[in-house]
Design a protein around this ligand. Structure first.
Ligand SMILES: Nc1ncnc2c1ncn2[C@@H]1O[C@H](COP(=O)(O)OP(=O)(O)OP(=O)(O)O)[C@@H](O)[C@H]1O
Length: 248
């Protein structure tokens, strides 16, 4: 595996127009990691995730996933984007949404793929909801459907963007327990501000604020978590001018 990492950023810069969001970013995520991307609002976490899954391309530098361009390893990547708030009148069912995770395959093997989808729905406790309209689900159920969609193609790495943002607290623990179990097989990268729950699950933390600073588990101290969670990100600043997180 080139460069020995599930994700490797080399000298990556990305701007939306004149707004330089990521500046000369260098870091890597080892295979098997469970890493939380933390940092202030607007610091570039979502942008970084979109670069990892190949939705955006850097103007400078390279992003590699399992040693390749993300576009070349799309089938190894699962992605749960931020906030999924479907139109309440859009009549798509749970099973259809999860099937979308297999779209190219579905055309070739209808029945086998349906079985695969049902298997993952079963594993996620969603099988009895397979024909329910997505708009009729609770926030937590909907989030699980989006995760099922990302997992149905058996990815080797899963990227989640604030998966607990729109669900109640009871679901947080359930979700992270599920991610912990998945992490025994795949690499997990999650954007979250919720360090209070995350801290007992993740193996590492990457602070994203125009640059990225990666901390392995050994470096995650209670003080650092407190600092990240209670906002004054400067406390873990690394010579980078961090802004302060909004109240949450
Ligand atoms: N599609 C876009 N077009 C132009 N600017 C964008 C776009 N998406 C994000 N930005 C800008 O890029 C910067 C980084 O945004 P990004 O969403 O990556 O940050 P974030 O760390 O995920 O923020 P948050 O914690 O608030 O979700 C912000 O200044 C944002 O306004």
């Amino acid at each position: 595996m080139a460069d020995n990492g599930a994700v490797v950023f080399k000298d990556v810069s990305f701007a939306y127009g004149n707004n330089l969001v990521l500046d000369n970013v260098e870091f890597s995520i080892p295979e098997g990691d469970f890493v939380a991307l933390m940092g202030p609002n607007g610091g570039g976490k979502t942008t970084l995730l979109k670069l990892c899954v190949g939705l955006l391309r850097p103007q400078r530098g390279t992003v590699q996933v399992f040693g390749k361009d993300p576009a070349e390893v799309r089938s190894m990547i699962g992605y749960v984007p931020q906030e999924t708030n479907p139109n309440a009148h859009f009549p798509v069912r749970v099973i259809d949404v999860v099937m979308m995770g297999l779209l190219p395959d579905r055309i070739r093997h209808g029945k086998a793929q349906k079985k695969k989808v049902q298997k993952i729905l079963d594993r996620m406790g969603l099988l009895d909801l397979e024909n329910r309209k997505i708009s009729e689900l609770s926030g937590g159920q909907r989030q699980k459907v989006m995760i099922a969609r990302a997992l149905v193609s058996d990815p080797k790495i899963l990227f989640l963007d604030e998966p607990t943002a729109s669900v109640d607290r009871a679901f947080h623990t359930e979700l992270y327990e599920m991610l912990r179990e998945l992490n025994s097989r795949i690499t997990i990268v999650v954007v979250s501000h919720d360090m209070s729950v995350l801290s007992s699950y993740v193996k590492s933390v990457a602070c994203v604020n125009r640059r990225v600073v990666y901390h392995s588990r050994a470096e995650i101290t209670p003080g650092m978590i407190d600092a990240l969670y209670h906002c004054p990100v400067e406390l873990v600043a690394h010579g980078i001018p961090h802004r302060v997180l909004r109240e949450h």
